[in-house]
Design a protein around this ligand. Structure first.
Ligand code: PLP
Length: 340
């Protein structure tokens, strides 16, 4: 079998996400952005710990885990990691145990995704004041060894579940989008973190939506780091399905203009969250989708996005994070107290 589309279809996958996700018109947000048409690809509705982009990756990352005899999933992330909570939900759905190495500023309250981790019964090791990928990965490797010595069969997942196999989830997502959109030019905007989603979208566009322009908005890394990692993941994913990985770094479009301290809300991100909620009833989060929507609005304002070409905003999830940012929203409350 040489056809990449057929090989994608045949690649082993475990059903975890509610697919296809809706593609909704957002006419008032489009007018606010000065775009003729804005559509929201609702990957926040995939399910698994309240939804998000990780569900599509986990379908490939966890394919065949029980058949292969694994009994525990181990992974890493920041305190409010969407990936960690979604991997925990996926592990439980498949009947597996779950261990998480999380890191960041010490927490005083169990909120947002951390609360979901606890509800899902994940055992957590916490690196206080250290969420560097290398530190988290080293702690995970040590835990994996410990578990093996104790006779367990751990499966370790890297940060964000971003692997070549995981990226296939977004190759498949582009095929889904192509069915929903039909042919024609389109610009697809997404948040970029560990690069699996961006890699899958770029490879998927080559196969199923050649007229698509994929615009990445980096949340934490430089554009150069994103390009290097995305090309690696595209190569790995392409190899799995016998596809041409493409031209390399120069063919990718990802801006780091909107990078801000990771995990810290920005005024533009909060304004975008407010606009999406009030204009469309759409919930975004302060760490990823609020910032990527703020980036989309700014790219539209600066004319970097073509106002005449339909724009798709990939809603990558992250909504549970809002429940850890109560302080950022408190002043928006319109509430009259009535006392007797
Ligand atoms: C809500 C949300 N959006 C976007 C991203 C970025 O996706 P990726 O890590 O595949 O680049 C992540 C994860 O890092 C996320 O949790």
């Amino acid at each position: 079998m040489t056809d990449p589309a057929a090989r994608l279809e045949a690649a082993e996958r475990v059903r975890l996400a509610n697919l296809p996700t809706p593609l909704d018109d957002a006419p008032r947000l489009a007018a606010h952005a000065g775009l003729a048409r804005l559509l929201i690809k609702r990957d926040d509705t995939t399910g698994l710990a309240m939804g998000g982009n990780k569900a599509r990756k986990l379908e490939y990352d966890l394919a065949g885990v029980t058949r292969k005899g694994y009994d525990v999933v181990v992974t890493i992330g920041g305190t409010q990691s969407n990936h960690a909570a979604m991997a925990a939900a996926a592990a439980r759905r498949l009947g597996l145990d779950v261990k998480l190495v999380l890191g960041g500023p010490d927490f005083t309250r169990t909120q947002g995704n951390l609360l979901l981790d606890v509800l899902l019964g994940a055992e957590i090791r916490y690196l206080v004041d250290d969420d560097a990928n290398d530190s988290l990965a080293a702690a995970m490797d040590a835990w994996v060894l410990e578990l093996r010595r104790a006779g367990r069969r751990p499966l370790a997942l890297p940060i964000g579940g971003s692997t070549g196999a995981g990226a296939l989830g977004y190759v498949r997502a582009v095929r889904e989008l192509a069915h929903q959109l039909g042919t024609g030019a389109v610009q697809i905007v997404t948040a970029v973190g560990s690069c699996g989603t961006f890699a899958g979208l770029n490879l998927g566009a080559r196969l199923f939506l050649p007229q698509a322009r994929i615009v990445g908005i980096s949340i934490s890394r430089t554009a150069r780091e994103i390009a290097t990692r995305t090309v690696e993941l595209m190569r790995e994913a392409a190899e799995l399905i016998g596809a041409d990985p493409g031209q390399g770094e120069d063919s990718l479009e990802c801006t780091d203009d909107y990078v801000h301290e990771y995990g810290v809300a920005t005024p533009a991100g909060l304004a975008a969250i407010r606009a999406a909620a009030r204009l469309e009833g759409l919930l975004l989060d302060p760490v990823y989708t609020g910032k990527s929507m703020a980036g989309l609005l700014d790219l539209a304002r600066r004319g970097v996005l073509d106002p005449a070409v339909p724009t798709v905003f990939l809603h990558t999830g992250g909504v549970p994070i809002v429940f850890a940012f109560e302080d950022a929203f408190r002043d928006q409350a319109v509430c009259t107290k009535i006392t007797r």
